[in-house]
Design a protein. Sequence first.
Length: 614
Amino acid sequence: MILLALGCLLDRPGYEAARALFVDDDGDGLSEHDGDCDDADGARYPGAVERCNGVDDDCDDRIDEEGGATWYPDRDGDGFGDEHAPAVTCDPEEGWVQLGSDCDDTRASVNPEAVETCDGSDEDCDGVADDNVEGAPEWYVDADADGYTAGASGSVTACGEPDGYSPASEEVDCDDADGSVYPGAPEVCGDGVVNACGGIGDCRYGGPTDLTERALENDLGGGLSQVRIGDLDGNDEADTVIEHGSFSAGKVEEILIFEHPFSGVTGAADADAVWAVGDLDVAPVELGWVSDPLAPDLVVHSYDDVEGDAFFRIGNEGGDLAAEPVWFRASPGTGVAAFCLGSQPSSYSWVYFGNVDAPRIVRIDNRDADGGTLTEFPNFVEVTAQVGISGRPLAACDVDSDGVDDLIVADGAGTVGVYSAGSVGGAVDSSAASSVLTVGFQPQVQCQPDLNGDGDPEVAVTDLAASTVYLLGELPPDGAVETVSEAQLVQETGRTEFGWTVVAGDLDDDGVYDVGVGAPFGDFADFGGGTAGDSGGCAVVFYGPLGSGARSATGADTAAFCSSHDNSVYGMDVAMADDLTGDGIDDLISTASLETASDGVSQGIVYVVPGLTD
């Protein structure tokens, strides 16, 4: 120690120099002894930030090696460099830029400021191709992918068609949840919907049709007459009742009852019940409300049997269709010409006795009908109204909306009278009619359901001579039927007996009543097709809604079904209601009573035209 001190005293300049190495002259926290390469510049020392200034700021013997900014190569010259190739330098090469967000440095049209176009690439480098494109197509919700959109609500713009969207359609889809429903869609038969928006669906026949081309044909053997449809046993399924016998001889031997879909019927042996009625002269059959509000009763009546007495039968024996029928006897020679059941549950029926000196109409209380002779019933009432020979001179429905059926009577001279139920309590003549309408020769009357939706039934009045069916609603006190009818169904050509039968149902399943009209002496030529001379009979369907005014049997929204076998009298008795084929849709059914095979033997054909057949 002494020697060191002595040495310093002996070499003082050296000592001062060595001592200076430990002094931080520039106040940067480091001395030359600590490695400060410029102790006179506080910005230069080990660890300092290298700057672009041409000197060694961090004292590592390198100049500007880490100074400057981050630069990116801009190969496409769009002002944005390749973000994947950065470089930090104080002296960048030409073509380098400080904006490095170019996602494709080979295309000048691709950069963060580029305009997005519909080309499948990401021009604006936001990670999504073809987004935010100005002028991109607009797409509208099309949930069922049928090409028809539900409207402007919920629209989007996109270059490609998004799932669940379509271009705007000219017409709006009325049901965007069902791909089979859109404007102008083809009708799909049997789907229960109207496929074409604003259409009339579901499926419709059109023009004249040969029954052998479309209908279910059932050979029951022998001649047939009337056919009736109704739920006889209260199981909510249609039952079919058909007369079976010799139509040409005017004899009915038995009544066939079918409780199952008629599409499975091939002959009389398929009947579920057979009522042997003997050898009756032309026994008309009726189905309607009698006394059971749950199921209609079956009524069979005849002019007379071989003994000269008139018989008729009321009731279905508590729904047991296989039971032996119960018959009631009228006085000999009375001649049951017509039997009329009401259109709603009622305890009485009307019978027209035509084969006596003074034709009369009597009312029978069905509750008292327990067998015996008709004249034993104490409650029948005579109505002195001349009723000429007519296929259907009686009808009963509530035309004055008082909840009780009114009696409608047509006479052969062309007069239709309406008798309110309240007026039938004693002898009543034609002057007691609440309405008296004038019609052409031999009118017929048939009650129909509410065809126009006003809550009241319609009455079909047929002028056979004029081949016109008049549909009447609320009837005025009197007038000509032409002036009070709501609509007219007209057959312009031929004497076809157009209007012999008038029925209502929904053959096209659109929820609106259609009207079927029988023309038992018509042929194809009368209804716009076929060859004249084949007068096998026709049935014409007028599709609803009927509207007002005249509708032609050969006009639009009609379909005609004809038998090609001459003189078959198809259409003399037509029914159109309930489901006969098991598909839940109304069908059209009629007998061709005199249709014969090639060998001349009567086939007794029953034709069923299924609803919704395309």
